[in-house]
Design a binder for this molecule. Structure first.
Ligand code: GCU
Length: 685
């Protein structure tokens, strides 16, 4: 993936610094600790980049502190001669770092100083990334970095039978036949990939906790869980587990899972105690409760706060936290019932509970009110509970965005979400400020996402889908980075620095989300996918279903009326100014029009086109864009190794065929419904 380094250091400007790469001075840390990981990564990275193995030595025995890389932890390393002042360094939070070059004529050196072991490791990976992407110029480096969000997590949706829910890259790297692959080198490689982009937490089993997975918190599996935790710990990543709310029942130990029953409370305390005896720095429990038929507190007439707090009390003595998901809605809806709106559910369930959750509970809220569609508005719940910790959940796995058969670089989508102005505390209350804990005084907050990896050789099914995993980490470290800069960085590290390669792949990534949207889901409508699988078109697949996912297309128009005036009233969940923008046809942005309004096909968009003509045009254009992307990819033949070239070519051809199917199914469906012809007379069936 992006850590292959081989020969990627250019000679440009290098001469001056070349000597520094011969030795690394560092006071060694604990065996298996993050500091040693960092130094190991630094040494092997430099060796791969330059072809020379640096000598690693500790400061005391070092004769020449010049002409070296001095790496260490602020407070524990001598700073003299390194152009870093203690006062400056102490401003940094725990995970921050400084990279600075010291140019004393022909006696140059490089300092990498972390505020903590983790900070140092992030500094090392950043340093190596800079060498890979830009090389080291005449002026060297002067970098000070710190992460925007405290929790930067991933959720594996891996099952112990080895399958991965919504996984498009092979089988699980964590499990096979109901056993943990606790010693698998793949897990260590994964930890490296994640640490290199700043991920610091991982939940290693599916949120849908089935029978066997319920036992992950018992003696049966804890020794193996502890081994996996060791692997991640060495890379500064904390381990979390998804738990089954009905655990005491499922394991046949109690006849209830009622959170207010003292026996249930004692049971969870016992479990927590045992987990911590194996994994002393265990992160906590991730919980999907009363959601899509999973058990939860509702069975006992209790609410989400009762359920989450019970688990929180069990974890509190050890510093653990509960990540309680807000993906709660009625999945047994009657499609004839026009008053129930799934989009409203999370807010309606949770908002009234503000202030009732323990301090070590975090509500995990999906980025949109529905379910990771290609386009949705931002969830109005995010930030709407000032007294309850929040984290936002994204989806790196491409469930609804082409399933790693289509290219769909999601960083631009996530960036739009993070930049969204909720206006909850006046103009400029952006999602990224809320997630950073800058608006409400959250004790815990941050971001998480569903991972997209499996045991395929290339990790992600499609080579280019690696960019989403990389991009997630980079954007969540610094949400102010430009999506294009991230795409380019990834391309350079993964495919090398050839100008045509970088330009073509970066360009493809950057327009891929818009392209995917154009041939699939116009104007925010969503859900016109094959039920259950969520790949390929099926316009009415979910239209008469129990899942609450409708487009309401008839012969006159399409869209879901979510206004307060005539619809479900969903718009009222937003702050007043945003609510007005969405409520009003004149101000509602085109790309979300059909999410908020039911309009005639001849309704004129801000773009000047009618809705029906927009549907036709975007679907024809979307396919043309895929054709153009494929053509420019093919022009790279000979500049990319054959294996990856063939692989990506194969996927791109499949994407094109599937895009044509989308185009023809969607256009034909709406032509037949509306009876309105395409202005340009193109082929519609
Ligand atoms: C989606 C997805 C499910 C998943 C669920 C969740 O509905 O299709 O596979 O379990 O989200 O987030 O819990």
């Amino acid at each position: 993936a992006w850590l292959h380094y081989e020969g990627q250091l250019s000679n440009k400007g290098l001469a001056k610094w070349a000597d520094c790469f011969r030795s690394i001075i560092c006071i060694p840390g604990e065996r298996g600790g993050v500091l040693n990981t960092a130094i190991g990564e630094l040494a092997s990275g430099i060796e791969a980049l330059t072809g020379n193995k640096p000598e690693v030595t500790d400061a005391a025995s070092a004769v020449d502190r010049k002409r070296c890389i001095a790496a260490g932890i602020i407070g524990a390393m001598p700073l003299d001669g390194l152009a870093i002042s203690l006062a400056e360094a102490e401003q940094l939070p725990d995970e921050g770092f400084i990279i600075r070059t010291i140019d004393n004529g022909d006696l140059c050196s490089i300092a990498i100083a972390g505020r903590s072991e983790r900070g140092l490791m992030y500094g090392v990976f950043h340093f190596l990334r800079l060498l890979q992407t830009e090389g080291i110029g005449e002026n060297g480096f002067n970098v000070v970095e710190q992460p925007a969000f405290r929790l930067r997590m991933l959720n594996q949706w891996d099952n112990m039978d080895g399958s991965v829910e919504r996984g498009y890259a092979g089988r699980s790297i964590f499990y096979r036949n109901y056993e943990l692959l606790a010693r698998s080198p793949r897990i260590k490689d994964y930890a490296r990939l994640l640490a290199s982009v700043g991920i610091n937490g991982i939940a290693i089993n599916n949120v849908n906790v089935h029978r066997q997975e319920t036992k992950l918190i018992t003696e049966r599996y804890l020794p193996d869980v502890a081994r996996v935790a060791d692997t991640f710990r060495a890379y500064g990543i904390r381990l979390y587990l998804s738990v089954n709310f009905a655990g005491p029942l499922e394991l046949g130990e109690l006849d209830t899972a009622d959170p207010l029953d003292p026996r249930v409370q004692a049971w969870w305390k016992e479990r927590a105690n045992e987990v911590y005896s194996y994994v002393p720095d265990f992160g906590g429990f991730l919980v999907k409760a009363d959601s899509e038929n999973r058990p939860g507190p509702f069975t006992y007439g209790r609410d989400h706060a009762d359920g989450a707090n019970m688990l929180a009390d069990a974890l509190a003595p050890y510093g653990g936290i509960v990540l309680w998901r807000c993906f709660v809605y009625n999945c047994q809806q009657d499609w004839r019932d026009r008053s129930t709106d799934r989009a409203k559910a999370a807010y309606d369930h949770f908002r009234p509970l503000d202030g009732r959750f323990r301090d070590n509970v975090i509500l995990q809220i999906k980025n949109g009110p529905m379910d990771f569609q290609v386009r949705e508005p931002v969830s109005p719940l995010f930030g709407a509970m000032p007294n309850t910790n929040h984290m936002m959940e994204f989806q790196v796995t491409q469930e609804y965005t082409g399933q790693q058969r289509h290219v769909c670089f999601l960083v631009p989508q996530w960036k739009e979400v993070l930049d969204f102005d909720t206006r909850l505390k006046g103009e400029g209350t952006r999602v990224k400020d809320l997630a950073a804990g800058k608006v409400h005084p959250y004790t815990h907050c941050g971001v998480t996402a569903v991972s997209n990896i499996g045991d395929d050789d290339n990790w992600t099914g499609h080579h280019l889908a690696q960019s989403n995993l990389y991009g997630y980490g980079r954007l969540m470290w610094n949400p102010d980075l430009e999506a294009e800069a991230i795409a380019e960085e990834w391309t350079r590290q993964t495919f090398g620095g050839d100008a045509a390669v970088v330009e073509t792949i970066t360009g493809w990534l950057m327009e891929s989300w818009g392209t995917y949207e154009s041939y699939t889901a116009p104007l925010g409508v969503g859900w016109m996918v094959t039920p259950h699988y969520h790949y390929g078109p099926d316009v009415d697949g979910y239209e008469y279903s129990k899942w609450g996912t409708y487009h309401f297309a008839d012969w006159k128009g399409i869209g879901v009326d979510r206004t307060q005036a005539t619809g479900t009233g969903y718009t009222a969940q937003y702050e007043a100014e945003n609510a007005r923008v969405y409520e009003n046809l004149a101000t509602c942005p085109d790309e979300l029009l059909l999410f908020f309004h039911h309009v005639p096909y001849i309704h004129k968009l801000h773009s000047g086109k009618t809705v029906i003509q927009h549907i036709y045009d975007t679907h024809f254009e979307g396919v043309q864009r895929v054709e153009a992307q494929l053509a420019s990819w093919l022009s790279l033949e000979g500049k990319i190794d054959e294996e990856r070239f063939r692989h990506v070519t194969g996927r791109a051809k499949e994407q094109l065929e599937n895009a044509k199917l989308w185009r023809d199914v969607i256009n034909t469906y709406f032509y037949r419904k509306s009876g309105i012809s395409d202005e340009q007379g193109r082929t519609i069936y």
